[in-house]
Design a protein around this ligand. Structure first.
Ligand SMILES: C[S@@+](CC[C@H](N)C(=O)[O-])C[C@H]1O[C@@H](n2cnc3c(N)ncnc32)[C@H](O)[C@@H]1O
Length: 290
């Protein structure tokens, strides 16, 4: 029993040493991520290299720094989909966009800024731009809509900027939207320039990056699931500060607001993960908590 405890203590110590080494050598901070998550991702790389202890893996990284690239890639899960969780985008189009547009018209404002934080390879940003464009139709030109896509993963951002997707990747787009918003060229579906022109990409680390601000809507979906509980609160506080008054926050369907962050937002539709920045006055749209 004592031996087991010692073995576990040694493993924990080596795990912490390895995390510090990754931070020192690559500037990648594992601490905001859940330990369980980091251990699972490390196990994949350790298995691929036939190494069975954190200590040996740390030595391998020193011997072969190219392994760091594989490790960082394993630590950042970048899967995404167009219109991921269709019902979220339906609700966003049916309820959030009309409220937002009405509010902008009332305030005589033309600029709408939307942030997709952790945008991966662009599917989320383009889905947002497509629903905005579809909703506004002939009125699109009356507004300046900017969808800011940010991520820490360079390869994902490159793919996002390219805007080329395979048949499999556009499977959720639907027969109606596909020909309207994509051009089929050289075996790929390319996002049309009208939609691409609404989207801007930039590298940004949600943990250490400078605070961004003045957004009407923030999407941060399927990103915080990998973060520790402490980090959640910091992140949601940063989103609160980054939103304009009455701004909306859209989170992943499996994500939750924790602790004090629950006091910052009003559920617009909690089932779909849609919230609104809490301000003193009552909103002019129907708020459901189902
Ligand atoms: C699973 S994808 C989610 C993509 C998209 N939001 C969606 O729901 O389909 C998670 C993304 O978060 C990014 N990410 C992870 N940690 C991040 C951080 N600290 N700052 C910015 N992006 C991060 C990853 O690189 C990845 O592209």
């Amino acid at each position: 029993m004592t031996i087991d405890k010692n073995v576990i203590a040694d493993q924990d110590r080596d795990f912490n040493i390895l995390k510090r080494q990754i931070l020192k050598d690559k500037g990648f901070d594992c601490s905001p991520y859940r330990d369980k998550y980091v251990k699972r991702r490390l196990a994949i790389r350790m298995m691929a290299n036939n190494v069975d202890s954190y200590k040996d893996y740390a030595m391998l990284l020193k011997r072969d720094p190219t392994e760091y690239d594989e490790l960082i890639e394993a630590l950042t899960i970048t899967v995404s989909e167009f219109f991921r969780d269709t019902s979220v985008f339906e609700y966003f189009r049916k309820t959030v966009i009309p409220t937002l547009i009405q509010d902008k018209r009332r305030k005589n404002q033309k600029i709408i800024r939307i942030w997709s934080a952790g945008c991966a390879s662009g599917e989320e940003t383009y889905s947002i731009a497509i629903v905005m464009s579809d909703f506004l139709g002939a009125n699109l030109g009356k507004f300046l809509i900017i969808v800011h896509g940010t991520d820490i993963d360079d390869a994902s951002l490159e793919k996002a900027k390219q805007g080329d997707y395979t048949f499999e990747e556009v499977k959720n787009v639907g027969k109606d939207f596909l020909p309207r918003y994509f051009i089929f060229d050289s075996g790929k579906y390319r996002v049309r320039d009208k939609i691409k022109g609404m989207v801007k990409y930039g590298k940004h680390d949600l943990i250490s990056g400078k605070p961004l601000a003045h957004f009407d809507v923030i999407f941060c979906r399927n990103v915080s699931i990998y973060f520790s509980r402490d980090m959640h609160e910091k992140l949601y506080m940063a989103f609160y500060n980054a939103l304009n008054n009455d701004g909306f926050f859209v989170m992943g369907k499996t994500e939750m607001l924790y602790g004090n962050a629950r006091k910052l937002f009003i559920p617009v539709n909690a089932r779909e993960g849609i919230y609104q920045k809490k301000v003193a006055h009552v909103k002019n749209h129907e708020i459901s908590q189902d």
